[in-house]
Design a protein around this ligand. Structure first.
Ligand code: ADE
Ligand code: ZN
Length: 326
């Protein structure tokens, strides 16, 4: 319909997207067949039935095991290339994509295989349809700080291919402060910094405070719980921190899109953006996230334009490239 075409036509950046969360059932089968891996499921419908969650933990329990079909560089290439093709069809011009190297190196897949596969897809998509893409290395927060530091050391030779570092996976009992030394070292090496502060997790306000004031992040992923703390809202606004919210993902992990919080922050002048998180698992690419939010919160076109402009403002594009979009 009309609004869908309008949203598709809006130039957008996507800033909160896990490459491993773009594994569609069809590709899962193709990769399993190519790599001689037996799957418990035999049809796309059966795989889709396993993509059914009620909270972060139940999501992660399906998410990590599915990655075993990713073995060789062409597998990582195909995953990223398929996503970039879909993002382009959604009107995405620029994307900053998370990946979880530890979920692969811990299974014996070399770091270089993962990064080289993703990088080749970025170069190809840029050449074929002009989309620009960057990689953000996420550390798994439910693993040790030592494992994260070792992973950062592995990433240093690939600094030109990786724009920043993030923190994802199970937040319970794994605060930002656990990784303070890792993020300090990453900043020193020239990486930009972001972190998940997932919706309604235990101690989410304290985690947002640590991310902003102890780590000094450049951006926060999710983070809409900040509305509960006026002082932190002021700090985030003053620092110009971008928030990468994910309405459809929120509706799985909690049972709400958190549209009230998203609009509250937007109307208070914070740099709030809309993103898809793990679109293959939550069944909605970025355009659908704008649409579902618009429907649910009765957003007018001016608000949708503001959200799309914010996606560039909160991005890590250089000022010269940013100029072309605003
Ligand atoms: N890994 C992939 N998606 C995630 C999310 N929404 N929160 C934490 N870890 C994740
Ligand atoms: Zn995420």
């Amino acid at each position: 319909n009309d609004l869908a075409a309008f949203v598709r036509g809006l130039p957008k950046a996507e800033l909160h997207l896990h490459l491993e969360g773009t594994l569609e059932p069809e590709l899962k089968f193709r990769l399993a067949a190519r790599n001689g891996i037996e799957l418990a499921e035999t049809t796309v419908e059966q795989v889709r039935q396993t993509y059914d969650f009620h909270d972060l933990t139940s999501f992660l329990q399906v998410y990590y095991p599915a990655m075993r079909v990713l073995r060789h560089a062409p597998d990582f290439h195909d995953l990223a290339y398929d996503y970039l093709t879909r993002a382009h069809a959604n009107g995405v011009r620029h994307v900053e994509m998370f990946f979880d190297p530890q979920a692969h190196t811990s299974r014996g897949v070399p770091f270089d295989t993962v990064v080289s596969g993703y990088r080749s897809a970025i170069v190809r998509a840029r050449r074929e349809f002009g989309i620009s893409a960057e990689l953000i290395l996420c550390f798994l927060r439910d693993h040790s700080a030592e494992f994260a530091m070792a992973t950062l050391m592995e990433a240093l030779p690939y600094r030109d291919w990786i724009i920043g570092v993030g923190l994802d996976s199970d937040e319970r009992g794994n605060p930002p402060s656990k990784f303070a030394a890792v993020f300090e070292r990453a900043r020193g090496a020239g990486f930009l910094l972001t972190m998940h502060c997932d919706i309604d997790q235990q101690d989410s306000i304290e985690h947002i405070r640590q991310a902003l004031e102890e780590i000094g992040v450049d951006r926060i992923d999710h983070g809409t719980n900040i509305v509960e703390d006026e002082r932190l809202v002021a700090v985030a606004k003053e620092k110009g921190i971008g928030f990468t919210t994910c309405p459809v993902s929120n509706s799985f992990v909690t049972d709400q899109m958190k549209s009230t919080e998203i609009l509250d922050l937007l109307d208070r002048g914070l740099t709030v953006t809309v993103n898809s998180d793990d679109p293959a698992y939550f069944g909605a690419y970025v355009g659908e996230n704008y649409l579902r939010l618009a429907e649910h919160a009765h957003l007018d076109r001016a608000r949708l334009i503001a959200l799309a402009e914010n996606s560039f403002r909160a991005s890590w594009l250089t000022p010269a490239r940013l100029d072309g979009y605003l």
